[in-house]
Design a protein around this ligand. Structure first.
Ligand code: AMP
Length: 545
């Protein structure tokens, strides 16, 4: 027997309609590429998204076709999130930090028809515009007064102006109804081997993910919040926050190109930001600035940190020096991205501070909609005893079933998606990522988790950044090599760092050697590129003790 409830497809446009009707006056503030601080509202967002949808339809874009962006977090990017998906086309958020050759590969693979870009990325556009196969229009996300000069514009065939497209349309437009399983947006993962692969989200998966993401034990967002997503809108849809904005009516603050500590701090304070989100490397810059200038956060109370392991030392610094709670979260592009978030269960609330810190360092527990398990190499379920590590598998309605254009074939195993992460799970369901499976260090056949070793190094006062990689060893095959960037002006020796591990970890996990570098290469989403380090130190000779 069927239930007697309304059939309403879960479409992204319904989020926008809700925000316009119920949170119309709530603000969206952006630091723009033009240099100004721009203020708009959800009402205006809805109106301009309708106008832009009409402009795209007028350009000949059909539902299902891909419209790409090379853009910072700003109100114009948010308008495209709703305009493009709203009428059934697919928003493809290109990562502007990729090499131009990769941008060309991905734009061709996605068959992008139009690319919207921020002026910052004009050099990339100029480098790729004559090489892409399907792009018909390049749209500069600015007004006429700020358009590139004629000599620069000449290098971009089919160049259009965002505000002119917008101005040519009125906002009378009704969002079409269609199957909620239709594709809504596309994001490519930066695969460490082979070409990047596309993850094609649907309206349904996006809506379900947004509902779950806003929950108190997930990102915990409400109308009373002021959210500043530092995580880029080109990195898994800024973890869903542009959708959570419309869903909750929270005020949104977009940092545009200003991602350094000073710019971020100023926005946090001037806009009364309560919640932020980003990868650990961003917060390092911010904490460095705040510490150097002896500042405090007057409104910020929570920050979601994920994308790579958040060093426990950072969780502690935020809590003890700034009264900011870190919500450690784990996910991936293939998971829209949310999988786990670390919030306490009732039984843990009364625990002592040190035990609470130990829990906060885990990646947290499953959000409803993203189930997880750990399995052995032969695919058998492993126990949740907080000790046994295994391959982490996930399953749920916002997790990928196959890559765009079926690249790589069927990724699932018995209906579960193997994440490529290695993890352990405690009896009460708290998951700890110990490694990427390809980063794991295999010493004499036993696994050493590089994240633990990095976290310890990061707690040393002289260490700004640390990566632990496998170095070749004649007897043990691989042994841990610690690669360290020192804090400016700080000094520490190899032996001091090695001694720092004493008593903190099983003796045989201690790194065999330490090398100091000026910088650790970061990938397009701000994560350490250990693959490059492994290449750089592939001939490193470990000391024989
Ligand atoms: P991406 O698809 O670029 O977001 O990368 C996803 C990968 O980032 C995951 O599979 C993990 O290896 C890593 N990752 C994300 N969040 C965390 C976290 N909190 N701790 C450790 N690794 C993480």
């Amino acid at each position: 027997m069927l239930g007697h409830m309304m059939q309403q497809p879960l479409l992204i446009s319904t989020l926008l309609i809700h925000a316009e009707r119920h949170h119309g006056e709530r603000e969206i503030v952006s630091r723009r590429v033009e240099g100004d601080i721009h203020r708009t509202t959800y009402k205006e967002l809805a109106s301009r998204s309708r106008r832009m949808a009409k402009a795209l339809i007028k350009l000949g874009i059909q539902p299902g076709e891909r419209v790409a962006t090379l853009a910072w977090n700003t109100h114009r990017h948010m308008e495209l999130y709703y305009a493009v998906s709203g009428f059934g086309a697919v928003l493809h958020t290109l990562n502007p930090r990729l090499h131009p050759d990769q941008v060309v590969y991905i734009a061709d693979h996605a068959e992008d028809q139009v690319v919207f870009f921020d002026l910052t990325f004009l050099p990339i556009v100029q480098a790729v515009a004559s090489r892409t196969k399907t792009v018909k229009h390049w749209v500069a996300m600015t007004d006429r007064a700020h358009m590139p000069a004629a000599d620069q514009a000449a290098k971009v065939p089919g160049l259009l102006c965002f505000e002119e497209l917008m101005a040519a349309q009125d906002d009378t437009f009704t969002w079409p109804q269609f199957d909620e399983n239709s594709a809504s947006s596309l994001c490519y993962t930066s695969g460490t081997t082979g070409n990047p692969k596309g993850v094609l989200y649907s309206h349904r998966s996006t809506l379900l993910h947004s509902l779950a993401a806003a929950l108190p034990d997930a990102l915990n967002c409400s109308e009373r919040d002021v959210i500043l997503p530092v995580v880029p809108m080109f990195h898994v849809n800024a973890w869903g926050l542009p959708y959570v904005g419309c869903l909750t009516g929270a005020k949104l603050v977009f940092p545009g190109p200003g991602l350094d500590g000073k710019n971020l701090y100023e926005l946090f304070e001037s806009e009364g930001v309560t919640v932020s989100a980003g990868v650990p490397t961003v917060w390092q810059g911010l904490l460095g600035y705040v510490e150097a200038n002896k500042l405090k956060f007057s409104t910020m109370r929570r920050t979601i940190i994920g994308g790579s392991a958040c060093p426990p030392a950072m969780i502690r610094a935020f809590a003890e020096q700034y009264d900011v709670q870190v919500l450690h979260a784990w996910g991936m592009t293939e998971m829209s991205p949310l999988g786990t978030v670390c919030t306490f269960k009732a039984a843990q609330v009364p625990l002592g501070q040190e035990e609470r810190y130990a829990i906060m360092a885990t990646q947290g527990r499953a959000v409803f909609g993203a189930d997880m398990k750990i399995v052995s190499e032969d695919g058998k379920d492993l126990p949740w005893d907080g000790k046994t590590t295994g391959d982490l598998y996930v399953k749920g309605p916002w997790i990928i079933s196959g890559y765009f254009k079926n690249e790589g074939g069927n990724p699932l195993k018995d209906g579960w998606f193997p994440t490529g992460d290695v993890a352990k799970i405690s009896p009460d369901g708290f998951m700890t990522i110990t490694d990427r499976s390809k980063d794991v260090i295999k010493s004499g056949g036993e696994w050493i988790g590089s994240i633990d070793l990095e976290n310890i190094a990061m707690a040393h006062p002289a260490v700004a950044m640390a990566a632990c990689i496998a170095a070749r060893h004649p007897k043990w095959d691989e042994r841990p090599l610690l690669v360290v960037v020192k804090k400016p002006g700080a000094s520490v020796t190899r032996d001091e760092l090695i001694a720092f591990y004493d008593g903190k970890i099983a003796k045989w996990w201690t790194p065999d050697d330490v090398v100091f570098v000026d910088a650790i290469p970061l990938g397009a989403t701000g994560k350490m590129q250990k693959i490059k380090l492994r290449e750089q130190f592939k001939d490193h000779v470990l000391p024989t003790a």
